[in-house]
Design a protein around this ligand. Structure first.
Ligand SMILES: [Zn+2]
Ligand SMILES: [Zn+2]
Ligand SMILES: [Zn+2]
Ligand SMILES: [Zn+2]
Length: 280
């Protein structure tokens, strides 16, 4: 068994085939490179988005997108909210990931006697050096292959994401933002019966115990949990599940669902015999 046995795969939205995360990343790059000859002149980016929880922690959640260079950070923000994050219109922000050194290098130039033009120049430099990026900026002014960006949604109960620019393409993307793939729902099971997939999470009890429930166990939990009236939320395919009032996204809703147990294969000895018997 490898340590990522529980890591869900992702389906390629361009051809429908399913892959592990690593194979998927290569596979999608192949699709994009085939689009370059004959593509419309422009600039676009192949981007991976994952929860920003440190390099050694495995998260089952990922998105792969293809974004046009003329897309603004605001549009990217809306996309992330719509697919993974929005609960009650919290604040959010993008920052380029740079070393502390680089961040400070520009900031020592700041002084109170700057003219308006100098200040504007200063803030623009700051955005390129780790400061918060104005949302009306376009991706093409800020992204290079290999760059990483931090994104924070809700500075209170925050969900932090890491955007990795896997490639920059010399063509326009087919749309402002195209979802290429995302993880299939992770195999989260009911913490009580352990037999059925979880469809609810108790956001009050999750700090003390496992609090994922199938619909039957959620009803039982509601009877004994004093907070259940306001704390039982739907399970969703998102790193924001169980945070604040999050209950699921607005786009790609078909994959934003609780885990489903795989259908039993009819290949077992008994059922095979049964089918052959019936057919004969
Ligand atoms: Zn494909
Ligand atoms: Zn909220
Ligand atoms: Zn259960
Ligand atoms: Zn509870």
């Amino acid at each position: 068994m490898t340590k990522d046995t529980n890591m869900p795969p992702g389906k390629c939205d361009l051809c429908g085939e399913e892959f592990s995360k690593t194979a998927l990343q290569r596979h999608l790059a192949g699709h994009l490179s085939k689009k370059i000859p004959g593509g419309k002149a422009g600039e676009s980016f192949y981007i991976r988005i994952t929860p920003d929880i440190g390099k050694n922690t495995l998260s089952p959640y990922f998105l792969y997108i293809w974004a046009d260079g003329d897309t603004s950070f605001e549009e990217l923000d809306y996309f992330l909210r719509d697919i993974w994050l929005e609960c009650c219109e919290h604040l959010s922000g993008f920052n380029k990931k740079v070393s502390q050194q680089k961040k400070q290098a520009n900031r020592i130039n700041f002084n109170l006697n700057m003219t308006r033009a100098e200040l504007e120049k200063f803030w623009e430099e700051d955005e390129l050096n780790g400061g918060e990026i104005a949302k009306d900026r376009l991706l093409k002014g800020f992204m290079k292959k290999g760059d990483e960006f931090n994104y924070c949604y809700d500075y209170g109960s925050s969900t932090d994401l890491l955007l990795t620019i896997l490639d920059k393409l010399p063509i326009a993307a087919d749309d402002f933002i195209m979802l290429l793939s995302r993880n299939e729902p992770p195999p989260l099971m009911c913490s009580d019966c352990r037999k059925k997939p979880a469809v609810k999470i108790c956001t009050a009890c999750q700090w003390d115990e496992e609090a994922l429930f199938c619909s039957t166990c959620a009803k039982k939990h509601a009877k004994k949990c004093r907070e259940a009236e306001w704390s039982l939320y739907s399970a969703a395919n998102s790193p924001r599940m169980g945070v604040c009032g999050y209950e699921g996204g607005l786009i790609d809703v078909a994959r934003d669902q609780p885990y489903k147990l795989p259908k039993k294969k009819s290949g077992t000895a008994n059922s095979k015999e049964a089918t052959t018997g019936a057919a004969g």
